[in-house]
Design a binder for this molecule. Structure first.
Ligand code: ZN
Length: 362
């Protein structure tokens, strides 16, 4: 009854644009939506199968709900899911409105001053699309998305963009210099031996992932002249107190514990990165520097933030100490990445960069 009332009285559907190219898509084919990202500048980017036919709609909000924008895609979505938003976005839902279809819904929080009549869904090339949904001051919306928006190769304009983005990646690769042989860092790969930590999709084990990433961090830091000690070098059983003792007795400058997450109920739609500190501005600063870098190499994975945590290893260490969660082994997006060595190297690089930025700060 409620829904009937809404449909009759409140909802005003406004089809803002229909797009073309009526290739005949078989009813039960897989979803034409391959990837999406809602950038911090309010631009929603999509990657689809080539020459897909999309339909976009807008629905004005009411007293109890915000505005809603959605796009329908041919092909059937396998797993409906909801991704938490931030700022003006309440959430993003991927659904299956009916058989053989995929729907991406952008649900706004209440009272946003949107101007849907100015919106235009633009095809950038045969499989990429964009639409600007809002403009806000910098940092008022953190981008969210799933999958990577690939760039087509046959368009000269896009090629230039590709080159620019490679330049950006190259900038990212630069690690700051610090005075050699001045600093000493203890890296703590979580868990070990009989304690595997989180078990993720496909049996991915936290203990192995974080040991691999920690070894990579050690190598990168060592190359910069930083002395590094790992609390464990292999799959051994190591309790928490000895991890703390190693750092306290040897008077480390900083302590970084590396972990990967698991969600309750192993929900595949929960992904994201977070970094914990116990107390004090130094720990917080170190956490912020690391969190910022690991997010850069994990596009689309949510920023769960820099947070205070009462974990034993960061509570009892005497130096600035953080515990970093490099993603959810139970999350579809994070797990797919964390099983690959290239991503582990990127994460290690990002953690190293955060540490070096902290150590080299003026
Ligand atoms: Zn852990």
């Amino acid at each position: 009854m409620i829904s009937k009332f809404f449909f009759n009285k409140l909802f005003r559907y406004l089809s803002i644009l229909l797009l073309l190219n009526s290739s005949i898509s078989p009813a039960r084919s897989s979803s034409a939506l391959a990837a999406w990202i809602l950038n911090s500048n309010g631009i929603l980017e999509l990657r689809t199968k080539s020459n897909s036919k999309l339909k976009a709609y807008f629905q004005k909000g009411g007293n109890s709900f915000g505005d809603r924008f959605w796009i329908d895609f041919p092909g059937e979505l396998k797993t409906p899911r909801t991704i938490e938003g931030n700022g003006p976005i309440k959430e993003i839902r991927l659904g299956k409105p009916n058989k053989g279809k995929t729907r991406l819904v952008v649900e706004f929080s209440k009272n946003n001053n949107l101007k849907p009549l100015n919106w235009r869904l633009v095809a950038i090339d045969e499989n990429r699309w964009k639409i600007k949904l809002f403009s806000l001051p910098k940092n008022s919306f953190k981008k969210i998305g799933e999958g990577l928006i690939s760039k087509s190769s046959n368009n000269p304009e896009v090629n230039q963009k590709q080159i620019n983005s490679r330049k950006k990646n190259y900038d990212f690769l630069q690690l700051p210099d610090v005075e050699r042989n001045k600093f000493y860092v203890v890296i703590d790969p979580g868990h070990g031996g009989p304690d595997p930590g989180a078990i993720g999709i496909g049996g991915l084990r936290e203990t192995e992932v974080v040991l691999d990433v920690s070894k990579r961090v050690k190598k990168l830091l060592s190359e910069k002249g930083v002395n590094v000690r790992l609390t464990r070098n292999n799959e051994v059983d190591l309790d928490l107190p000895p991890r703390v003792l190693i750092a306290n007795r040897t008077d480390a400058d900083i302590f970084v514990s590396i972990h990967a997450n698991a969600s309750r109920g192993k929900r595949r739609d929960i992904n994201g990165l977070e970094t914990f500190y116990y107390t004090g501005w130094r720990g917080r600063l170190l956490a912020k520097k690391i969190q910022k870098q690991i997010l850069k190499v994990s596009p689309g994975s949510p920023d769960r933030g820099v947070r205070q945590g009462r974990y034993y290893v960061i509570k009892n260490t005497r130096m600035p100490a953080v515990l970093v969660e490099i993603g959810f082994l139970t999350g579809r997006l994070d797990a797919r990445r964390l099983k690959k060595s290239i991503h582990r190297q990127r994460i290690a690089h990002a953690i190293t960069k955060g540490i070096l930025e902290y150590l080299s700060r003026k």
